[in-house]
Design a protein around this ligand. Structure first.
Ligand SMILES: [Zn+2]
Length: 271
């Protein structure tokens, strides 16, 4: 792959073939929006980036992204522009969490098999491609005034055992606190009693962007329901692997986990 990219760069004309603009945060866990000529097809590190009828696009950057990435834009006439993107590195904290049910930190083989099956259901919900640009409403905090009790990206130590990095933003609040849809969208998944995530909702906002709401005490939406930004979708709880009542709020671009704080700051609600 690298050799092919280098060769193309050598034979490409030095001037940019056509206009591609981008804004957002080119950093680990970041999000970038852009515009290319109408009819272009785009890939980010080889993954197809869907474009809208105006040439607009959005893509997300992984927590562990390498220092450089490749964006390839092919216009409707077949002209190709390849850009090497510099991805800023971030420092992630060590995040100690105690009081988590031990059976969910070191699950036995039977529980592990169920968790793997549920992870596949979540991944499939996140991979659905929806071409309505719901995300253009911007994203709002799903809990009003909730104290942030866990940030994205921290290397988790659960009851002393190293776990996966924290994949979202935690809002602490009393059980029953309303949880609202962060942006317009369609419910891709609602499922009670998942082992790790408890009462779970995934909302698809189009063009690969989804939000995830877990550990809820109640779910107030159904599969396929269209929601508006700010609609009540559930209530804070502590179902699944949680050591206290909170909402874990995640944002993904397909299965790439993004820093929700970055997305909230980069694509704020339009109002
Ligand atoms: Zn969390």
């Amino acid at each position: 792959m690298k050799a092919v990219v280098t060769l193309l760069l050598l034979i490409a004309p030095p001037a940019l073939a056509f206009d591609v603009t981008m804004s957002g945060r080119m950093e680990q866990g970041g999000i970038v929006t852009g515009a290319a000529p109408v009819g272009s097809s785009i890939t980010y590190n080889g993954r197809t980036v869907p474009t809208n009828t105006r040439g607009g696009f959005v893509f997300g950057i992984d927590r562990d992204a390498a220092p450089s990435a490749v964006l390839t834009v092919t216009d409707s006439k077949g002209a190709v522009e390849i850009r090497t993107l510099t991805i800023a590195k971030r420092d992630w904290k060590i995040d100690r969490v105690d009081g988590v049910p031990q059976s969910l930190v070191t699950p036995d083989p039977e529980l592990t098999a169920k968790i793997i099956a549920e992870n596949k259901i979540m991944a499939a919900a996140r991979n659905q491609l929806e071409l309505a640009p719901f995300y253009e409403t911007g994203f709002m905090r799903p809990v009003e005034g909730g104290r942030i009790s866990g940030v994205f990206g921290g290397q988790r130590i659960l009851n002393g055992t190293p776990g996966s990095p924290h994949s979202g933003l935690d809002f602490a609040g009393p059980i029953g606190t309303p949880i609202r849809a962060s942006a317009d969208g369609v419910v891709a998944l609602q499922r009670p009693d998942m082992i790790m995530t408890g009462n779970t909702v995934v909302i698809n906002h189009g063009y690969g962007l989804e939000t995830v709401y877990i550990h809820m005490s109640k779910i107030h939406v159904t599969d396929g329901q269209h929601v508006k930004q700010g609609d009540l979708i559930g209530e804070i709880g502590m179902t699944g692997r949680a050591n206290g009542p909170h909402l874990h709020f995640g944002i993904t671009w397909f299965n790439t986990r993004l820093d929700p704080e970055t997305v909230l700051a980069t694509l704020p609600p339009k109002g």
